[in-house]
Write a protein that binds this ligand. Structure first.
Ligand code: APR
Length: 266
């Protein structure tokens, strides 16, 4: 990070007062929570969608050329994903969990960095799947994603299941691919049951995931948004913290007004 962007101290204090008052916090995260771990996001300048054209699910299923494009992107991006370590924002959420203040993290990310920072797996709801495994679309067998990288590097570009010959694909959700129903329902339920929704690092433009913070708002929750750029929900947020996720989350948790060791109070 060349220049660290931090929100105004008075905005941090307002956010910290909301944290202090909250009984049940749900975090909703996007690619921006992981950029400080070295993983590029999708829509910022220089982001993944400025370098690659997304492959839609029906193209993946029906078009060998699209599959080759998909696996080329996978081969190039995987080393960054595999080498990434959790950052201060992931650690701040794990600390909120430790303190008993976080109900769950609902994430659009597939990098498993929330779990690696210390959030238990059953506290992380992955709406777009998980990039650490590859599955056969025909027989359902799965393998660690790491085992597939040598095949890509050896020149394979349209990967097939060694057991049944079906198409292999990372266990992530492509555009046009159905969302995991159980996770989506659970995310809606947990969002509707929280009293503070903490959005970190998402443009909030990809649906149905982007509806999750709206479920919380409609059920009466407060909303804090931590993001470098504007989102469509900024106008409905109680506090918008325009800053880098890691330092902003650290400042929020350390703010005197947060008093996180004390029991919550309005
Ligand atoms: N701190 C705070 N915000 C950041 C940081 C950072 N260090 N880095 C980036 N951001 C912000 C950007 O300003 C941007 O608004 O995070 C947001 C990332 O937005 P996207 O790139 O659109 O990522 P996301 O919202 O997660 O995308 C949703 O789209 O194609 C997909 O499936 C993919 O899950 C992904 C979905």
């Amino acid at each position: 990070m060349a220049t660290v962007l931090l929100p105004l101290p008075e905005d941090i204090a307002r956010g910290a007062r909301l944290l202090r008052a909250a009984q049940r916090i749900v975090a909703f995260t996007g690619a921006g929570v992981s950029t400080e771990s070295g993983i590029p996001d999708f829509r910022s300048p220089g982001g993944i969608w400025s370098r690659y054209r997304p492959v839609l699910y029906h193209e993946f299923l029906g078009d060998p050329e699209a599959r080759r494009r998909y696996w080329r992107m996978q081969r190039e991006l995987y080393p960054t994903l595999a080498g990434a370590q959790p950052n201060a924002a992931h650690r701040a959420l794990a600390a909120l969990w430790e303190l008993g203040r976080l109900d769950c993290v609902i994430t659009q990310n597939i990098d498993a960095l929330h779990q690696r920072a210390g959030c238990p797996p059953d506290c992380v709801i992955e709406l777009h799947g998980n990039g650490t495994r590859v599955g056969c679309l025909q027989c359902g067998r799965t393998w660690p994603r790491a085992e597939v990288q040598p095949r890509l590097e050896a020149g394979e570009d349209d990967l097939r299941c060694e057991a049944c010959g079906g198409l292999l694909k990372p266990t992530t959700v492509a555009f046009g691919q159905p969302m995991p129903e159980r996770e989506l329902r659970e995310a809606q339920r947990r969002a509707a049951g929280c009293d503070l929704m903490l959005v970190i690092g998402s443009t909030l433009v990809v649906y149905p995931a982007a509806d999750i913070p709206v479920c919380a708002l409609e059920a009466g929750a407060r909303l804090i948004i931590v993001n470098l750029s504007a989102t469509p929900l900024d106008d409905r947020a109680d506090v918008v913290l325009r800053g880098h996720a890691g330092p902003t989350m650290e400042a929020l948790l350390a703010a005197p007004a947060a008093r996180l060791e004390d029991p919550p109070s309005a």
